[in-house]
Write a protein that binds this ligand. Structure first.
Ligand code: BTN
Length: 238
């Protein structure tokens, strides 16, 4: 696939960078267009949820060529994981399908939306968000790479650039290196999980593997294997 012409636009705050990018796409913006904001007033998450987006985070959306494969979000998770490690020296784990965790808590969420003949890849990274800026209900589950802007020793712009560079590479070129990285850094292998559908636990089991199509394999109590290609699981406390 051809190289992308990268073009970044920055905002202090927007409702949602995915929304802004859709509007730019409607006006003819090409693949490679990137929108970055330092906070969002109406950030959107997967499964129709809100995405808390206080100041201190990186909120980024990138327009990419259409891709019907299930793996594009997994590639994005690897792209962000690599960027974070390179720019901040922090090691994150990937929680299937595409959340990143740092020290056991969620540090990044990814929302890929099909739009016209494109994919809008939306990425939210808690970069140096003070813990108290997260809503009460996220206090125990969200974390930032740095506890505050003052305690950060790296420039969020470097992470933005590295994420865009990695995404461009993994989403437009033949390079399968992301797959073993995705599998290796997955935090679910060997874990007991609940399968959640429409907000309810519908099955439980132990994760045996993530296959080459990024499907999650779960062995249920009766030995049956369940293969999930999309959806949500939570780790069971034991
Ligand atoms: C999730 O964890 O449910 C996915 C969250 C995706 C959030 C990002 S932030 C940048 C982009 N703009 C949005 O409104 N959402 C995505």
């Amino acid at each position: 696939m051809s190289e992308l012409n990268i073009n970044l636009t920055y905002f202090e705050e927007v409702e949602s960078t995915n929304k802004v990018l859709k509007e730019m796409c409607d006006k003819g913006a090409p693949d490679g267009t990137v929108v970055v904001a330092w906070s969002q007033s109406a950030g959107r998450g997967r499964l129709g949820r809100d995405f808390s987006s206080p100041k201190g985070g990186i909120y980024l959306s990138m327009l990419l060529p259409q891709d019907d494969s299930m793996t594009i979000t997994a590639k994005a998770a690897v792209a962000v994981r690599r960027a974070i490690e390179y720019c901040t020296d922090r090691q994150c784990q990937i929680k299937w399908v595409n959340d990143l965790y740092y020290n056991g808590k969620k540090v990044c969420g990814i929302l890929a939306e099909a739009y016209k003949t494109h994919v809008i890849m939306g990425i939210g990274i808690n970069f140096c968000t003070p813990q108290k800026a997260f809503p009460l209900e996220l206090q125990n589950t969200a974390i930032s790479l740095y506890p505050s802007p003052e305690k950060s020793d790296s420039d969020p712009m470097d992470t933005v650039n590295e994420v865009v560079r990695n995404l461009t590479h993994l989403c437009t070129e033949e390079d399968d290196s992301w797959l073993s990285e995705y599998q290796r850094h997955s935090m679910l292998i060997g874990k007991k999980v609940n399968v959640i559908q429409a907000g309810k636990v519908t099955a439980t089991g132990t994760v045996s593997k993530i296959d080459n199509a990024c499907a999650l394999h779960i062995i249920e109590k009766d030995g049956q294997e369940m293969v999930l290609t999309t959806g949500e699981v939570s780790i069971r406390e034991v």
